[in-house]
Structure formats: structure tokens, C-alpha cells
Design a protein around this ligand. Structure first.
Ligand SMILES: *Cc1c(COP(=O)(O)O)cnc(C)c1O
Length: 480
């Protein structure tokens, strides 16, 4: 018999009142941080601070207070600056104060489980709402996942299995006589390639089709590629369309893609990571036409819906195909999970209570609020493009089609190489003035890229950006 001469241990605090009081301080500090985030200086983490983080594995307690103090000193001042009103790099989420609180509530419940508890029903309800927003049929299925990459992987896994024509779960790709191939545009996000690799298809199976001058997939080239593959004995099974490409925000002709899929009996998967939310825009809703004809749609809520990381979603038109892909027959789970449980819709068995934040935030703010914010970001992008067009020193490098503006400082006396160097320098200096676009290369041109998925940005921030780019360009030309 083990002896229990001491009182059992627990992770609950010895003194609850102390922890509650520390928690109140944390809440005050974090809301204070967000309230003043506009005044936050965007600085990379200094080497001295990184050095202090590299410590031996802590075996003994240093206590709550001291650990929190270290967080305030060494961690909080150096966030990935997506929270800042002038962060427009990559496609970054902003998060929201209420989102922070929702995360805390979900963490306290620490839920992971089946349908006789509330979280299951909250997720089911959120999926119902998301299907409605995206105009997916009621019979469709959906699952919340970590983000766009996982959402795309999930949709493509269902596509591969549904279109394989064999019992692929048992036989794998080795059981398929003809090589399966699929199509995306050259501007597809890299997570598509990763998904194709992980699904065992091999990146060679992913045919990357060139884009036209609007950065959309070229339908004629696509049709040709399909014809050639069929002639050569390959087995085309899927087309991946873009609803908002990562570089320029361009939308493919999704109806055109859906027609092609119908003609050749292919699966249409749409990557709408942030662009799917154009559905909420009064001026750009029409870009998403045909998106609701997709067999699977991937999007996230942590970019353009401003919710805290991580949250993405996959919707699948054929819920049986969805379930069949992931369900595992395990006796010890049979009585616990329904067939159409989120657990049978993705790779994960244990899952955190992701659904609480969209449920709370949508109810608390109302969808209309998010529609207005998305529209605001689109309007800001067109406003910025107008400022660029009005400035002889600046050049728009791609047409604006949604919330992304690609432009560079331009001078006709400079070669393309010199322009690249100059704009690289400009970007470096912008970061030092708390203005944070990122960059990309379009048709060989290095360009600043402003992607607006930020509910804190104001119009004057874009005035400041343009003024600063012109000022920097001029002064760097004089003193390179
Ligand atoms: C960001 C993005 C992804 C990947 O999404 P994550 O949430 O970062 O995993 C996929 N496609 C597009 C178009 C994106 O912008």
C-alpha cells in the first residue's frame, strides 16, 4: 500500500485570493496594453532579452508573481505586431479585447468532448452560422480547425479520398492504377503544396497554372492542362480555386472553375483563407460568386474576422465523404461520439473549445459589425491606391481587387535592380517608424505590400504611410 501521510498535491493555488488578485492585475495590464497599443513601439526582441530567456529547465518553483513580472519585462514588449494599428504585413490577424476574454473562458472550461456537453452544441451552432454566411447547403458539414493551412489540408484530404475510386483508407495511393493530379494557380498559397505533399500525392501532381494579368487562374491554360493530363493517362481529380490570393487578393473565376469541375467530374476546393469574408462586403460580394458551388471551402476566422489565433474552418458539401475520410472505428469511442462529431471531421481527437470565441463574438458584436469592418478595410485599400495613383513618385504594381495594395517607390531614371534596392531600404526604414507593410515580387517587380485585415487602422494611417514612403524614397535617392 502506498502511504498517504502527506496531504495530496494539486495545481490549484494554496491561496485562491492571491491568485485572483494577480489575475485581476493581469486583466488590467492586458486591457491597458490593448487600449494603448497605438503608442506601442514596434521593436524586434533585443539579443540581451533573448539571452535572459535561455534558462535551465526550471525544476523548482519561482512563484506566480515573479514569473508574471518576467512576462511583463521580457515577453509582452515584443509581440508579433499584428495588434498594432499600422501593421499590414503578410495576412495578419489583429485579435480583439473581447476575444481575449473569450479565450480565458474557454480555457477555464478546458473542454474536450462529446455531444452531451455544451461545447459540442456551441460548435455545431457556429458551423450552422458559417454555412449560412458562406451560402453552403444545410446538409453540408463543417469543422473548426487551427487555421487556413489545416482547413485546406482537411478539404483536400476529403477530395483525395472521395475521388480516388478505391478504398483508399485501406489501399492508399498504391492501390490507385492511374496517377491522381490536381490543379491550382501559380499564386496558390504554399500550404496547398504542403497539403499535397503530406497527402502522399507528391508536389509533381500539383499542376500550377499561370495567372492572367489580373492574377486569376487562366481558364484556357487550365482546360489545356486537364486535356493533356487525361491524354497522358493521368487522373485529374480536383481544382483548387482562390478566393482572395495571398499576394494580391485576386479571386479566380469560381463559376468558371465550377463549370470545368462539373464537365470533368472534378472536386472543387476553394481556398478562401481571408477572401471568403468578402461575402460580407456590399461592394465586393460579387467576387465570391460561385464560391458556394465548391465541394469544400477553407477559410479562417483569425485573419479577417479579427478573432484571436487559432481558428479556421472547413466546410464540405458532402458530409458523408467528410466523415468517411477521418472516422476511425475504435470500440472505446463508439458510444461516446456520434458519427457526425467534429472528432470525425478532422485529424484531431482532442480539441480545444475553439467554438466559444466565434459564438461569443458574433453574438456580442453582431455579424453586421464584422461586415462593416471588412468593408472599412476594403475602402481603406482603395483609398490608399488612390493616394498612390495621385503621387508621381509611386507606382501601383498590381490592380487592387480587395484589401491588398502592392506599390513601390518609382523613378524612371532607375533600373529595376536599383528600384528593388531602394524599395527594400524604404521597407526597412518604414518598420522603424511603426509602419509595417511586407513585400512581395510580382512579375519580377519587388513591391511593398499592404494587406489590410486590421480593425484598428484609420484612414490617416495610410496618409502617413504614403507621405513617409515618398519622403524616404527621396532622401534615400539623395543619400543612398
Ligand atoms: C494565410 C493563408 C493561408 C494559410 O492560413 P493559416 O491560417 O496561416 O494556416 C492559406 N491561404 C491563404 C490565401 C492565406 O492567406
Amino acid at each position: 500500500m502506498p502511504s498517504f501521510d502527506k496531504k495530496e498535491q494539486t495545481l490549484d493555488p494554496e491561496n485562491w485570493d492571491d491568485l485572483i488578485s494577480l489575475g485581476h492585475n493581469m486583466l488590467n495590464d492586458m486591457m491597458g496594453f490593448l487600449r494603448n497599443v497605438r503608442n506601442h513601439n514596434i521593436v524586434p526582441i533585443p539579443d540581451e532579452v533573448t539571452a535572459t530567456i535561455q534558462e535551465p529547465l526550471p525544476l523548482n518553483p519561482q512563484g506566480y508573481e515573479r514569473t508574471y513580472k518576467e512576462f511583463l519585462q521580457n515577453v509582452l514588449p515584443y509581440p508579433v505586431p499584428g495588434v498594432h494599428p499600422c501593421f499590414w504585413g503578410f495576412v495578419m490577424g489583429t485579435g480583439s479585447p473581447l476575444g481575449v476574454l473569450a479565450e480565458m473562458l474557454a480555457a477555464a472550461m478546458n473542454s474536450n468532448g462529446p455531444n452531451y456537453f455544451a461545447p459540442f452544441h456551441i460548435e455545431r451552432q457556429v458551423i450552422e452560422w458559417l454555412k449560412e454566411v458562406m451560402h453552403f447547403p444545410q446538409e453540408a458539414s463543417g469543422v473548426l480547425v487551427s487555421g487556413g493551412s489545416m482547413a485546406n489540408f482537411t478539404g483536400l484530404a476529403v477530395a483525395r479520398n472521395a475521388k480516388s475510386g478505391v478504398d483508399i483508407k485501406k489501399r492508399g495511393l498504391q492501390g490507385i492504377p492511374d496517377k491522381m493530379v490536381l490543379y491550382a494557380l501559380t499564386e496558390a498559397h504554399k500550404c496547398i503544396t504542403r497539403a499535397v505533399e503530406l497527402l502522399g500525392l507528391g508536389s509533381e501532381a500539383l499542376r500550377l497554372i499561370p495567372v492572367d494579368e489580373h492574377f486569376k487562374i487562366d481558364l484556357t491554360e487550365l482546360q489545356e492542362a486537364i486535356d493533356n493530363d487525361m491524354k497522358a493517362g493521368f487522373r485529374p481529380f480536383c481544382i483548387i480555386g482562390n478566393a482572395g490570393s495571398v499576394n494580391t487578393g485576386a479571386f479566380d473565376d469560381l463559376n468558371g472553375l465550377a463549370d470545368l469541375c462539373k464537365k470533368h467530374d472534378l472536386w472543387l476546393h476553394v481556398d478562401g483563407a481571408f477572401g471568403a469574408w468578402a461575402k460580407l462586403s456590399s461592394t465586393h460580394r460579387q467576387y465570391t460568386r460561385g464560391m458556394d458551388r465548391a465541394d469544400s471551402l477553407a477559410f479562417d476566422l483569425h485573419k479577417w474576422m479579427y478573432m484571436p489565433y487559432e481558428i479556421g474552418c472547413t466546410l464540405v458539401r458532402d458530409k458523408e465523404a467528410h466523415c468517411k475520410t477521418f472516422i476511425y472505428e475504435a470500440e472505446y469511442l463508439e458510444d461516446i461520439f456520434e458519427r457526425h462529431d467534429p472528432t470525425n471531421y478532422s485529424v484531431q481527437l482532442s480539441r480545444n473549445f475553439k467554438a466559444l470565441k466565434p459564438w461569443m463574438l458574433l453574438k456580442a458584436d453582431g455579424l453586421e459589425k464584422y461586415a462593416q469592418l471588412i468593408q472599412q478595410n476594403i475602402d481603406q485599400a482603395y483609398y490608399l491606391a488612390e493616394l498612390v495613383n495621385k503621387s508621381p513618385e509611386l507606382e501601383l504594381v498590381a490592380p487592387v481587387s480587395l484589401n491588398i495594395v502592392c506599390f513601390r517607390y518609382f523613378d524612371s531614371h532607375l533600373s529595376d535592380n536599383d528600384l528593388t534596392e531602394l524599395n527594400k531600404q524604404i521597407l526597412l526604414h518604414l518598420w522603424l517608424s511603426n509602419l509595417v507593410p511586407s513585400y512581395t515580387t510580382l512579375n519580377g517587380k519587388y513591391t511593398l505590400r499592404v494587406c489590410i485585415t486590421n480593425h484598428r487602422s484609420e484612414r490617416q494611417d495610410f496618409d502617413r504611410l504614403v507621405t513617409e514612403v515618398i519622403k524616404l524614397g527621396k532622401s534615400l535617392m539623395q543619400n543612398p
